[in-house]
Design a protein around this ligand. Sequence first.
Ligand code: HEM
Length: 129
Amino acid sequence: MSYLAVKHAHMMFALISITLFMLRAWLAVPSPARINNKLLKILPHVNDTLLLLLGIWLAVQIGQAPFGNSPWLTAKVIGLVLYIVVGTIAIKRGKTRGQRLGATLAAIAIFAYIYGAAVSKSPLSWLAL
Ligand code: HEM
């Protein structure tokens, strides 16, 4: 598979990730118990694993490493961890509706930051464009 094809697959998994997250948050902000569909519980993990694996493959191909020679990749990996942690507060761990809504908005903002860091190749994200 060509580098460009894998990059486009990676981008597609990123868009599926935020779409599935927003769908789950829409259900879970009023009440996490509303996510009662098995597919909606499993699919995001499969998708996000593929997103990460293809990201690692791309990084290896271009000889760049987070916490090494690539500040924008470091920013993406830290952003990804935050996106996952804040995302679980939004759809599961948040105790009140307000907490889950706040975490949902924060997770979407973190995703936008990661996307900007990917496009601009800078930890400044969209501000660097
Ligand atoms: C939510 C998480 C992620 C999102 C939203 C995301 C988004 C993107 C986007 C939009 C691009 C294409 C940028 C462009 O050239 O226009 C991209 C490329 C790339 N991503 Fe990710 N990514 C994520 C996670 C990761 C992770 C965890 C890694 C590495 C461990 C990674 C490594 C890469 C690499 C190496 C490229 C190729 C850059 C290039 O050839 O121009 N990504 N990513």
